[in-house]
Design a protein around this ligand. Sequence first.
Ligand code: AMP
Length: 629
Amino acid sequence: MNFADFYRQSIDDPQTFWANEARLIDWHKPFDQAMDYSRPPFTKWFVGGETNLCHNAVDRWVATRGDEPALIMVSTETDTEKVYSFRELQAEVMRMAAIMRSLGVTRGDRVLIYMPMIAEAAFAMLACARIGAIHSVVFGGFASNSLATRIDDAKPKLVISADAGSRGGKSVAYKPLLDQAIDIAQHKPAHVILVDRGLMPMERKAGRDIDYAAARERYLHADVPVTWLESNEMSYVLYTSGTTGKPKGVQRDVGGYAVALASSMRHIFCGKVGETYFSTSDIGWVVGHSYIVYGPLIAGMATIMYEGLPIRPDAGIWWRLVEKYKVTRMFSAPTAVRVLKKQPPEFMRKYDLSSLKALYLAGEPLDETTSEWIASALGVPVIDNYWQTETGWPILSVAKGVEDTPTRLGSPGMPMHGYKVKILNESTGAVCSANEKGVVVIEGPLPPGCMQTVYGDDARFVNTYWSNFASEQVYSTFDWGIRDQDGYYFILGRTDDVINVAGHRLGTREIEESISSHPNVSEVAVVGIEDKLKGQVAVAFAIPKNAEAIATTEGRLALEGEVMAVVDKSLGSVARPARVYFVTLLPKTRSGKLLRRSIQAICEGRDPGDLTTIEDPASLEQIRGVVKG
Ligand code: AMP
């Protein structure tokens, strides 16, 4: 079938289209209705059907592929490599599920997972899915304040964590940050399961903290059956940054997500049962949820979970894994490729990469140079794909599993099945003509797999995402884009205050709030500035309360270091600004709104735009001055 027809069917008759796609997974009880869009913009998928993500990812394959590899755990940080077959993975998941049940965790309870890239993190996610508990994975690079906000929103009964992560051979403590977060949070989880990797000493809180290894011993032979869930029950909450300082809990269902993953694994990622998939992301991000843990396993593939850097012990590490495990489909981010591009090309040539069929890149704009370089180095198609935490799977790409549609340099492709994408003029709401810049929006109903709502806050879901245009109710991606005359889309950056550092999504407001907590900062603006390697980096402009502190270069550097340390401590090093500049004035409108886009433009050497509403033009001169200096 050609893709145009396939896509048309998904839009013209979503009920039939998605009922067909739903056959890609196992159902315990068939659904009554594929789609219910009687209460827009909320969509229900596969109403009345009963299924389970863990069953589809693990148990389903045990019967036919029990001894075949399922989870391949590789850590170049601890020099460990272990392959779990589907049967072994099922046993580990049941052990974890049994421990969770012994602590009173049941269907609908939240479990917060704050873990490095270790196999136990995947066991924990799958164990939650198995018993109908709702997981909320928090990226290990986040620190206590970020963690506390999420604990208070998700109100987990249980937290699963570890002593430490490791980066570049150095241990990174997790447990003290977790303890601090629980101290700060209003909500107190009843229990904490701790995986002791032997990397760092841990203090245990009696009655609350449980040693995973000891508990696992008690449940070695656990047999925990799958809990069948109605398709629209919640599978997980994953927090992501937005315009306000308070992260949003992206809430996902069970059945719609399972079908969307199975469907995307087949049509976009062309995954085949028995092959190996390697995504270099982290379980703390949506790519880790969709395409490290659930997607590949649902497709009957082995999935590689990798803890370590792409260039350690040397820049050949990923390619060694591709050769060893005969990886057919690999998923990474442009920043990682730019890092590898700086390394000698021999590392890639040393290995037999003939198993590899395609490299998928997402998370941030893919520049043409990077794309061309990696495509010629690997000799396989490089497939850009554009999506968000909110959607759970690609919005734009090319579906090579349906038709061999050509890719176009600089474009992530065209709308995938189920997505009614349009570009609207920001102020009039009119549909943009070809090559005219506007806001990328999606008409409802959103396809299966997309967020159900903002966890615990339907009003925020509607107000944030669906209320940006007076003319019609559409879902806003908060990205600028254009569509060319042939239907290829191009993404041109965010319309809101979200920045993208090395594919990691960060809210500038959160960073500003953190910096403002420094006793010598009265006001601050954080913007994302173009960076050759990471795409963007965060840069802060702060007004010190006591200007004397920055009278000397030493004083300025000391305060800059202190501000960075505050961010490290509260949000985590992932959010640390690359530079903190000090000024006495910030560019604002007369009504007091920060002119972040003008600051950003000046830093990037562009025109600051319309300044008719600026309070004091001297503020921009200061920005220019400090950045040049
Ligand atoms: P996240 O929710 O962390 O996955 O971040 C989603 C945001 O990353 C999108 O709204 C875009 O701004 C950006 N993004 C993701 N994938 C791409 C891509 N392929 N090209 C350009 N921008 C992307």
